[in-house]
Design a protein around this ligand. Structure first.
Ligand code: PMP
Length: 349
């Protein structure tokens, strides 16, 4: 009764285990300030929920455009960028054509491709978790590949891939999707290319800057790409409350978001420095709001959980044996994590 395409697929899993400190989902560790919440509540009070939302989310696209300096005509919104990943798999090439994904990376690229029966070509990352260009070009030239996904910076390794490698893959006639979910923490972007050329699409999200609960993903591309996405986009895919709240926060909470991002970056650098001093621990530099660490001796995920700290286990992924991904939290949460880590490492020394 069910499709062959789905046989090997597993539902996307997230961490729901209860814990004292949750550093597992790369969310912003700060809730909105009270005065902004009051403004949101006032706006929501005036909203007539019996009506459908604006199907184009025009005002929110304008607010996002102002926030990142982009013309709204180059923006399409999704119910999280996850939805937009599906749409890209639908509009680029044919379902018989392959999708290239350097791994380990964000799992939705593979799920979003397999759901439509597209062949997936994963190539393990090379040195310093960068793209293995010779292997990648070999696969791309021997198979029919029309689409590639890059998490930039890469979740879960935290690094930015080399720009030239992405460009060389693009030169093979492949449409490249540059997922800048962590853009606020890296400052690096393919935005200019995405506005000029239809073979380059940028994804961003409001999820990592304090609004994960709203589910607003952002696709930035030429008007040509935007037109094709809109043909397959579900109508009303961004809810009315999400549109109202996101507009308010982006327009009136800009400084709040900037100060939170700054704090997280400062804490990321502190964590990196402190973690580098732990014996028996490998730490990988990060341009995102999380840090990847490795212990060859102990099961970091389980041992930290015993201490009440929830992180994301990555040890089952290729190249990531012994690794966990730790979201940068508030300073006091990071202190608790460091203390717990110091305890579990000492216990096993
Ligand atoms: N892309 C990457 C690289 C991510 O890490 C995540 C979230 N973990 C997403 C996309 C999902 O974003 P959204 O919440 O907008 O669906």
């Amino acid at each position: 009764m069910f499709s062959e395409r789905l046989k090997k697929l597993k539902p996307y899993k997230t961490e729901t285990t209860p814990a004292k400190v949750r550093l597992s989902s790369n969310e912003l560790p700060y809730d909105l300030p009270e005065d902004l919440k009051v403004k949101i509540a006032e706006r929501l009070k005036k909203v007539n929920l019996s009506l459908y939302p604006d199907p184009e989310a025009g005002e929110l696209r304008e607010a996002i455009g102002e926030f990142w300096g982009i013309d709204p005509k180059n923006i399409v919104l999704g119910n999280g960028s996850d939805e937009l990943i599906y749409y890209l798999s639908i509009i680029v090439g044919e379902f018989s054509e392959g999708v290239y994904i350097p791994v380990p990376t964000f799992p939705m690229y593979e799920i979003g491709s397999r759901v439509f029966g597209r062949p997936v070509y994963t190539v393990p990352l090379g040195k310093n978790f960068d793209i293995d260009l010779p292997e990648s070009l070999k696969v791309i030239s021997s198979e029919k590949v029309s689409l590639a996904f890059f998490s930039y910076p890469n979740n879960p390794t935290g690094n930015l891939f080399s720009r030239e490698a992405i460009e060389k893959i693009r030169n093979q006639g492949v449409v490249v999707v540059v997922d800048e979910a962590y853009y606020s923490y890296s400052g690096e972007t393919f935005l200019e290319d995405s506005l000029k050329r239809s073979d380059t699409v940028v994804l961003r999200t409001l999820s990592k800057i304090g609004l994960a609960g709203l589910r607003v993903g952002v696709l930035i591309a030429t008007e040509e790409v935007v037109r094709e996405i809109n043909k397959v986009r579900l109508p009303f895919n961004v809810t009315l409350p999400s549109q109202v709240i996101a507009c308010t926060v982006l327009r009136e909470g800009k400084e709040f978001i900037a100060s939170c991002v700054e704090k997280v970056i400062r804490e990321r650098e502190r964590l990196f420095k402190e973690l580098s001093g732990f014996e028996g621990l490998e730490v990988f530099p990060s341009r995102a709001n999380f840090v990847l660490i490795r212990s060859k001796e102990i099961d970091l995920y389980r041992e930290l959980l015993k201490e009440g700290i929830l992180v994301r286990d990555m040890s089952h992924l290729p190249l990531l044996e012994g690794c966990v991904r730790v979201t940068v939290g508030k300073p006091e949460e990071n202190d608790m994590f460091l203390e717990a880590l110091s305890k579990v490492l000492k216990c096993h020394a």
